[in-house]
Design a protein around this ligand. Structure first.
Ligand SMILES: [Ca+2]
Ligand SMILES: [Ca+2]
Length: 305
């Protein structure tokens, strides 16, 4: 299954903070609304009372049984935002459900389906009400994202995303994005803006894009590319693996090392390896600078912090 999270809020989204705020403040108004209110089926929207308050919209084909308060069916997309509205369509006899403002959407391909063993009930019922105060929580949704990994599409603003333990793929839009891959083989693309990318554990691929970016692959053998701008590549801690920087520009980009591990440029072991510069960090760890002449590197290309 592919799970795509598309961030839409103009100012950017910190998804973990958003979920925490939803869990703390969402309180279902009434029973919410189904697109077919005579059979309690179709799409479903939960609102939190007044117009500016939190709301979520489930686009799919759900069914609600009052006898046991059980939800089943399929989910295509869940949208989070504010200003939910249900308007009776006199032609179809169904309610048109919409959010006045959408902060982000989560698309499932293929659709989540009760028939496929997916926890459609848990997901929707937790969002509506888990039966205990405070009503509404994102725990089932978050654990589902962690199961599949996430394909994140950033907004025009400053986004922040902590990746799941699975393989994630994050692409920032404009803005100063901060992405953490976490575990798994992640692909992080900063795109436009001065971004900060942290691969975490696993063999990750980090691409800064335009702007002055900071890239830190973390553990594992990572592949890094800063893109345009003056980029800083950070190598700190143990178990760094053998990383490769594909576009290190001498005199423009920086390699940042720990001052507690290296006293200065003279302390580094730099050699030529098949037309590339190789910096030996000890313990089998190292940095390969693709296409860089080892002799061209000087103290000005390094930071010891
Ligand atoms: Ca991950
Ligand atoms: Ca890594």
């Amino acid at each position: 299954m592919q799970t795509t999270v598309t961030l839409l809020a103009a100012t950017g989204i910190d998804l973990d903070a958003y979920f925490a705020n939803f869990d703390a403040n969402f309180s279902l108004s009434g029973f919410g609304a189904f697109s077919n209110m005579s059979t309690f089926s179709g799409d479903y929207m939960g609102t939190s009372g007044d117009a500016e308050a939190l709301a979520f919209l489930v686009d799919g084909d759900l069914g609600y049984q009052f006898s046991n308060h059980h939800v089943d069916g399929t989910i295509d997309t869940i949208s989070f935002g504010t200003d939910g509205d249900a308007v009776l369509n006199t032609e179809t006899g169904l309610f048109d459900l919409s959010l006045g403002s959408t902060d982000f959407t989560i698309d499932f391909t293929p659709d989540l389906a009760t028939a496929d063993g997916d926890d459609v009930h848990g997901l929707v019922y937790d969002l509506m009400s888990d039966g205990t105060a405070p009503e509404g929580n994102t725990s089932t949704l978050v654990s589902l994202l962690d199961l599949t990994g996430v394909d994140l599409v950033g907004s025009a603003g400053n986004d922040r995303f902590n990746g799941t333990s699975a393989d994630d793929h994050m692409t920032g839009g404009w803005g100063r994005d901060v992405f953490y891959g976490g575990q798994g083989a992640d692909v992080l693309v900063g795109n436009i803006g001065n971004d900060r990318l942290f691969g975490g554990a696993g063999d990750d691929k980090l691409y800064g894009g335009r702007g002055n970016d900071l890239l830190r692959g973390g553990a594992g053998d990572d592949i890094l590319a800063g893109g345009k701008g003056a980029d800083t590549f950070v190598f700190r801690g143990s178990d760094l693996g053998v990383d490769r920087i594909n576009d290190f520009t001498v005199g423009l980009d920086f390699i940042r090392l720990s001052a507690s591990d290296f006293s200065g440029f003279e302390d580094l072991s730099i050699s030529e390896q098949g037309g590339n510069a190789y910096i030996d960090l000890g313990d089998g760890d190292g940095i390969l600078l693709a296409g860089v002449d080892a002799d061209s590197l000087s103290a000005g290309d390094f930071q010891f912090v």
